[in-house]
Design a protein around this ligand. Structure first.
Ligand code: ATP
Length: 372
């Protein structure tokens, strides 16, 4: 079911001094969706978020909230009261956790008796119900960020903006907060925009992704769409599509293409999904989580691509290991620690890597006479 558009941004442009740091032709935010703004440092994520939140003067462009354009100062002020923002730095006052969480409600004139139950409820949902009387100066980084989130959520905003909310936290703390926030946003049906440079965070929270570089949106779409069908090599690398293979299209029928890999790959062919003309040069991407490793070719497997290879590197990646292979071409796979031990994988180990044709996606086509 398609949800109503809550916020429409058109032709957003922001300059810092004479330099244009944001140029976004259009972006819509639908009610109840979580949108992740992704990009490297300086890509313009914070600038876009501040612009969407109406907190930054635009050189050009317009924002519509629930169909009404925010033209006047009072329109923008009214809009700002309906959204809240959380930053990487929790920015807590020198007061108790309860006073911090209730600060926005107090500002809105809610009496103490009405504030207390709401503060308690949100503190409990964020797992800090037993810290209400603690001074905010004596909180861990994770507790402080939970307090900042409770302070934002207690206002029941129509849009929650989160600017790199997890990046100052250690991996374990971040993991717990991501889980809790994911549940809270889903339960509350909250509309949220958050920025991150980590595709793992984006995959855990977001319904939609917008990938940015140099103040521009490179690709916007559903989580799976962008993760599996990045439209260019930069987006592919940024969303964790670690293997990119270039070759010449040997055949293509009904969306299934045979790619003959370039120099050094010994004429190996990969079956991939996509439309291209025979003779064209094409780039195909494969996500590491879609590559299976085994010690022998599994004849019962439905995977259309299977290659003998040698392990070149084993790199810990959170709960998984990334295994890099030389199959005559580079290939990366994720395995669990259990599989790693069972297969006895270490640099130099022989291994068979397999993946389905549906896991190999056409990213870009080039000319008939392009270099492979
Ligand atoms: N206050 C400012 N004055 C001048 N330039 C700025 C200011 N804030 C941001 N910029 C510039 O705008 C561009 C986008 O910055 P922005 O902070 O939006 O990127 P980002 O993607 O959020 O980066 P990061 O991940 O490092 O926070 C950068 O080139 C940055 O140097």
């Amino acid at each position: 079911m398609s949800r109503a558009v809550l916020l429409e941004a058109r032709n957003l442009q922001v300059h810092r001094g004479r330099v244009q740091v944001l140029a976004v032709p259009g972006l819509d935010l639908r009610a109840g969706e979580v949108l992740a703004l992704m990009g490297p440092n300086g890509a313009g994520k914070s600038t876009l978020m501040l612009a969407l939140a109406g907190l930054l003067p635009l050189s050009q462009g317009s924002l519509r909230f629930k169909g009404t354009e925010l033209r006047s100062r009072s329109d923008r002020e009214a809009y700002r009261r309906r959204m809240t923002m959380v930053f990487q730095d929790p920015l807590l006052f020198d007061a108790t956790v309860a006073q911090n969480i209730g600060a926005g409600l107090k500002l809105r004139g809610l009496p103490a008796g009405e504030r207390a139950p709401r503060v308690l409820a949100w503190a409990q949902r964020l797992g800090i119900g037993d810290l209400l009387d603690r001074s905010a100066r004596h909180l861990s980084g994770g507790e402080a960020q939970r307090t900042a989130l409770a302070r934002a959520l207690v206002l029941e905003p129509e849009i929650l903006f989160l600017d790199e909310p997890f990046s100052a936290l250690d991996a374990h703390t971040r993991d717990g907060l991501l889980d809790d926030l994911g549940h809270i946003l889903a339960e509350a049906g909250c509309t949220a925009v958050f920025s991150t440079h980590d595709h793992g965070e984006a995959a855990r929270l977001a319904h939609r992704l917008a990938v940015m570089r140099e103040g521009a949106l490179l690709q916007t779409g559903g989580l799976r769409e962008v993760m599996n069908h990045p439209q260019d090599p930069f987006v592919a690398a940024f969303v964790g599509m670690e293997t990119l293979l270039k070759g010449r299209v040997a055949a293509c029928r009904e969306g299934l293409l045979t790619l003959q890999l370039g120099k050094g790959a010994g004429g190996r062919e990969v079956l991939a999904m996509g439309e291209a003309q025979p003779g064209q040069t094409a780039l195909v991407g494969i996500r590491p989580e879609h590559v299976a490793l085994s010690l022998q070719t599994d004849k019962s497997s439905s995977a259309r691509n299977a290659f003998q290879g040698t392990v070149t590197k084993v790199i810990p990646r959170g709960p998984f290991f990334k295994v890099e292979l030389d199959c005559g071409f580079f290939l990366a796979a994720f395995v669990t620690s259990q599989s790693l031990a069972e297969l006895g994988l270490e640099p130099g180990s022989p291994v068979v890597a397999s993946f389905k044709a549906t896991a190999a996606h056409l990213i870009r086509r080039e000319g008939l006479d392009a270099e492979v």
